[in-house]
Design a protein around this ligand. Structure first.
Ligand code: UT7
Length: 359
């Protein structure tokens, strides 16, 4: 029998140290698949399938059935991740990255932890919009390196359908719902799934570019002008586009430099799935070959905090996933403005998919 081909040598990286290691991935996508024509019909939008696909790469997205909350999706994805790694120490922390918590107060994470049967584990929400998962990964990595806990359940979940104005063509075609969870444990930086270097940043001077104007302490209740409900999510696409390309490129370069990798070493590039043209611009600027770019924007659209881990899960499921241990680069950009990147070794896990929640 011919032996299987040997795995390529592990890419260079920092000396072995303790870090966060991806031990399991769980996902939950709502069942209803909503195509571009349906979104257009729903809001009577002055746009077309051709415009949306050619300008964004989005063909369809998932919408959570009415009554399904972010917490519901988070619990399903979290349970799928926990079930996939029975031997891993019980999480010592639950982190939920989301823009769409179940309620303004309290945080949704403690309820998710409770519903997962994790007892009195610490749990908190993390608000960094589309950078939420990577902000969570940076936080979890630091806590695992410092031995504050032995494992962390990092969940990223969104129900953007609860904050999107269906009549707004600037945002309605872009976003979808979904959740993904990653179970991290402390381990060696030479293991598949090990996080090697991270970078993160913010620029509050661009805070109005991606925002919900009302519902916070600055404007507790809506004072909407007619026809423009200020409790909805709004985005000024063109300037956000420019910031996204610039910040993700620079942040990814910082993470690569800190790892001692060149763009040529990268075998798996996954960026925030907001716009295929942005993803191509970032990868082109970095010099990452098309064969090494992974994404699922056509099928799920922009799922904000959940975008990077859902794309990771889709790539893990194939076809043709990178070799276990391969040099991986993740990067994201979102409201705040916020951005973050991480390098890691491609995880040796199979994502566990939760059944779609019932209406
Ligand atoms: O997830 C957080 C981070 N978010 C992002 O990274 C998203 C960043 N922004 C984008 O992805 C893009 O800016 C959009 C997809 C939102 C818009 O694409 P664009 O190529 O930047 O379009 P644009 O805003 O520059 O507008 C070009 C034209 C305009 O018409 P004129 O002024 O050239 O006559 C717009 O009015 O396209 C028009 N337009 C549309 N036309 C049909 C804008 N939105 C639409 C639409 N359908 N949905």
């Amino acid at each position: 029998m011919t032996p299987p081909p040997a795995a390529p040598p592990a890419p260079p990286g920092p000396a072995t140290c303790r870090t966060a290691v991806v031990r399991a991935v769980g996902t939950c996508l709502p069942a209803p698949v909503v195509g571009n024509d349906e979104v257009i019909a729903l809001g009577g939008l002055d746009t077309s399938h051709e415009w949306i696909t050619s300008r964004t790469g989005i063909h369809r997205r998932r919408y959570a059935p009415p009554g399904t909350s972010t917490g519901d999706l988070a619990v399903a994805a979290g349970r799928a991740a926990l079930d996939a790694a029975p031997g891993t120490p019980r999480p010592g922390l639950v982190l939920l990255a989301t823009t769409t918590p179940d309620r303004p107060c309290p945080a949704t994470a403690p309820d998710v932890a409770h519903r997962l049967g994790l007892g009195t584990v610490p749990a908190f929400d993390l608000s960094a919009v589309c950078s939420g998962f990577l902000y969570g990964l940076v936080t979890a990595t630091a806590l695992l390196r410092a031995d504050v806990c032995r494992s962390v359940l990092l969940v990223a979940a969104e129900t953007y359908t609860t904050i999107i104005d269906p009549y707004d063509r600037d945002t309605a075609p872009l976003f979808g719902d979904g959740a993904a969870a990653v179970l991290l444990r402390g381990g060696g930086s030479d293991e598949p799934g090990a996080v090697l270097a991270t970078d993160w940043g913010s620029d509050g001077s661009g805070g109005d570019l991606v925002a919900i104007a009302a519902g916070g302490s600055r404007a507790p209740r809506s004072g909407s002008p007619p026809g423009r409900d200020d409790t909805y999510f709004r985005m000024r696409g063109r300037p956000v586009y420019a910031h996204a390309v610039r910040r993700m490129t620079a942040s990814a370069r910082t993470a690569l430099d800190a790892t001692g990798w060149k763009a040529d070493d990268v075998r798996a590039f996954i960026g925030h799935q907001a716009n295929q043209r942005i993803l191509d611009a970032v990868a082109d600027r970095l010099g990452i070959a098309p064969a090494h770019r992974y994404g699922n924007i056509a099928d799920v659209g922009n799922t904000a905090a959940a975008s990077v881990p859902l794309a990771l899960a889709a790539a893990l499921e194939g076809p043709g996933p990178p070799t276990s241990g391969a040099a991986t680069l993740l990067t994201a950009f979102g409201g705040g403005l916020t951005w973050a990147s991480a390098t890691l070794r491609w995880p040796a896990v199979r994502p566990n998919t939760a059944p779609a929640p019932r209406a």
